[in-house]
Design a protein around this ligand. Structure first.
Ligand code: GLN
Length: 240
């Protein structure tokens, strides 16, 4: 590893990483390397303290018990909170949005305190939301629809410091009836999209990379297989 290596934190893949969410870290690494930028994925497990010095962080989804173990670990080692406060980009998928909020209620109705990195709360909804999800992004840096696969029972209510990542076109999203999906707060983003989200949404991947590198934007990469995946998944969303 050299001084200039981009360090991508995959946070708690041992407990959070349903539906291949760990792939988001691999997509970031690959897209950096394709541009001639040296990059490595740093696995942070329940055995490790959470460093605050990495360039970008990703966290995946999980079910109730795993979510609780992750919450406890992130509370004990607040490196992620410190990194986000310093403006480092963070991508939180599904259960990770909930863990990063003020509190979430488990499917058994028990309230668990989160780490308050996001101004939001989550409570279970009557019906589980499962299926293709398509949104119109709200971030100025993103011009293309976002696509992913959602599977969650939690419904997330955003507070005034948190903005949605997108407006729902197909699917459910945050699930509290306001048409919002995901969250943006400072340099941290969250989405209910699995898939993994960054394989399906290269623009979002490059936005995180650009933020990590401290540049305004990156020239797009022309990858026909990624364009084909997007086309297929967006069509599947429309068929819902
Ligand atoms: N257990 C959470 C919910 O159902 C998150 C699920 C997930 O990450 N897929 O809301």
């Amino acid at each position: 590893m050299s001084e200039s290596t981009l360090r991508i934190g995959l946070v708690l893949p041992d407990v959070m990483g349903t539906y291949g969410d760990g792939g988001n870290a691999l997509v970031l690494k690959r897209r950096a390397i394709m541009r001639g930028i040296d990059a490595e994925v740093v696995h942070i497990t329940l055995d490790d303290p959470v460093p605050d010095s990495l360039d970008v962080y990703t966290l995946g989804g999980a079910e109730d018990y795993a979510q609780r173990l992750a919450t406890r670990h992130l509370t004990r080692y607040p490196g992620l909170q410190q990194a986000a406060a310093a403006g480092r980009p963070v991508l939180a998928i599904c259960a990770a949005i909930q863990v990063l909020g003020h509190w979430y209620e488990t499917s058994a109705g028990e309230r668990v305190d989160g780490i308050s990195l996001f101004d939001l709360t989550t409570a279970p909804q009557e019906k589980r939301s499962i299926g293709e999800l398509v949104t119109e992004p709200t971030l100025a840096a993103l011009t293309q629809p976002l696509t992913g696969f959602e599977n969650h029972r939690g419904g997330t209510t955003l507070g005034s410091d948190a903005k949605p990542l997108g407006r729902v076109k197909h699917g459910v999203g945050n699930g509290v009836g306001d048409g919002t999906e995901g969250v943006v707060q400072g340099s941290a983003l969250g989405t209910y999209m699995h898939g993994p989200a960054l394989a399906r949404n290269p623009e979002l991947a490059d936005h995180l990379l650009a933020t990590a590198m401290g540049v305004e934007s990156l020239a797009p990469l022309d990858l026909p297989e990624v364009s084909r995946l997007r086309k297929e998944r967006l069509a599947a969303g429309r068929r819902r």
